[in-house]
Design a protein around this ligand. Sequence first.
Ligand SMILES: Cc1cc2nc3c(=O)[nH]c(=O)nc-3n(C[C@H](O)[C@H](O)[C@H](O)COP(=O)(O)O)c2cc1C
Length: 498
Amino acid sequence: MMTGSIAAMGGGSLPLVIQGGMGTGVSNWTLARAVSEVGQLGVVSGTVMDTIFVRRLQDGDIGGHMRRAMEHFPMPGVSENALRRYFLPEGRPEGVPYKLLPMYKQVVSVARQQITMLANFAEVYLAKEGHDGPVGINLLTKVQLPNLASLYGAMLAGVDYVLMGAGIPKEIPGVLDAFAEHKPASLRLDVEGLGSGEAEYMTLDPSDYWETLPAPIARPNFLPIISANSLATTLARKSTGRVDGFIVEGPTAGGHNAPPRGEMRLDDRGQPVYGDRDIVNLDKLAELGLPFWLAGGTGSPEGLRNALAAGAAGVQVGTLFAYCDESGLTSDLKLRTLTGAVRGEVGIHTDPRASPTGYPFKVVQVEGLDSQDDRRTRNCDLGYLRTAVKNEEGRLIYRCAAEPIDTYLKKGGELSETVGRRCLCNALVSNIGHAQERADDGGVEMPLLTSGDDLLAIGRFLNGRTSYTAADVVDYLCSGITETSVAASGVEAGSASA
Ligand SMILES: Cc1cc2nc3c(=O)[nH]c(=O)nc-3n(C[C@H](O)[C@H](O)[C@H](O)COP(=O)(O)O)c2cc1C
C-alpha cells in the first residue's frame, strides 16, 4: 500500500487523489490542509466564503485562526476594518441574527470586494500553513459575481490550483494570467433580456486596491470540471489562456450535476435520466494531451485503480471526505448521516428543481432529520444565486427563484420557476454550523445535505467506525496502488505542476 509519497511518483508531480471542492465551507481549510499534508491535493471551497468568514468572526473566531491569517493579508487596513465591523470576541449573544454583508451586484464597493479577497486569502493561507504541499480552490462558474475578487484573494495567498465547474469557465485562464501580474480582468456577466450585440461585464482592476502594485504572483494551474467531450475540447482550444487538465465528473457525484444532454427526462422518482450521450469518451479526451481525473463514484481503491487503467492521472473524491473529522459539516450532521447510511435509513434524490441554478442537485434524505422544505418562509438575504436581468427601464436587477414569490414575480419572473426551489445559500451555510437565526419568527435556517451516490455504500469503508480522518480516506483510496500501477497508467507530469 502506498500513501503520501504517491504525488511525487511516476516522474511527475500530479496528485493521484484530489479532494473535491465542497461548498459551502464543507471543504474548508482544515480539510484541505489535512489532505495536502499527506501528499495529495486538498481543495478549499471559495463559494460563499465571504459570508462564512464574517460569520466565523461573529462567532468569536474560535482558535484565533481567522485573525492569524488576517495578519498576513497584504493590503493595508483591510483586516483592521473587517475586525472592527464583524469580530465579536465573546461571540454572538443567543438569538441575535448574524450581521450580513451587502449582496453582490455587477459593481460593488472597494470595501465589499476587499472582504471577499480577504476571506478567500485567509482560507487558502490557512490551508497552506505548515507544509509545502499544493492547495487548490474551487469556485462555481455560475455564481458569477464574487468570482473575480475570490480568485484574486486566493492568488494573493499563493493558491496552486483553481478548479471550476457548473458552467463554461473559458474566460478564467486569462483572468489568472492577468491577476498574476496585477492587471485588470473582466468576466462577461450573464444577463437575461439583453438585446443582440449587447454585453455586460464585471471588472476587477487590482490597481484600485493598492497604492503601489506589488511584485507579480504565481499563476495557478487551471482544472475545469467537465462532463462532456465537447466542453473539454472547447475549453482546451478556445479559452483565454492555458488549461492544465480536466476533472471529468459523472452524474453520481455529490453537489450539483450537469443536466443530461438533450431533452430532460425524469424517472419515476422525478430524477433526471442520464444516457449514453452523458458518458465522456476518455480515449477522445486523452487526445487533447492534458491530464485528467475522474470524479463521481470513484471513491474506492477500485475506483482509483480503474481510473489509472483508463489513462487518468487519478480521481477526485468528495463524498468520503465530506464526512471526515476535518470537514466543515457539523458533527451532528456527520454522525446522523453516517449511522443512518449504515442502517440503510438514508436516501439520495437527484432533484432537478431544488437548486435555483437550474442544475440538478443531489439531496441526502436522512430519516428523522429536519431539512429545508416548502415550509420555509422565503427570504433572500445572501443572494449568491441571484441572476441579473435587464428590466424595462434598461436597469440591471437581480432575482432568485427561491426568493419570496411575489418579489420574484414583480421582477418579471415566472411562477413556474419558483416551484420546489430551495434557498441553497442559507441551507448550505446551516450545514456547517452558521445557520441564520430569524429574529421575526424565531426560526433558524434548516440544513440541506448533498452527497454522491457513494454515500449509500459508505458502510464498507466505515467498517464499523462512525468517525475517521482525511488521512484515513487517502490511505483507503491508495490501498492496493503500487508504483507499477501508476507507471502503467502512462500518465506523466503534464503542464500541471504545483
Ligand atoms: C457536500 C458536497 C459538496 C460539493 N460541492 C461542490 C462545489 O461547491 N463545487 C464543485 O465543483 N463540486 C462540488 N461537489 C462535488 C465534488 O467536488 C466532487 O467532484 C464529487 O463529490 C466527486 O464525486 P463523489 O461524491 O462520488 O466522491 C460537492 C460534493 C459534495 C459531496
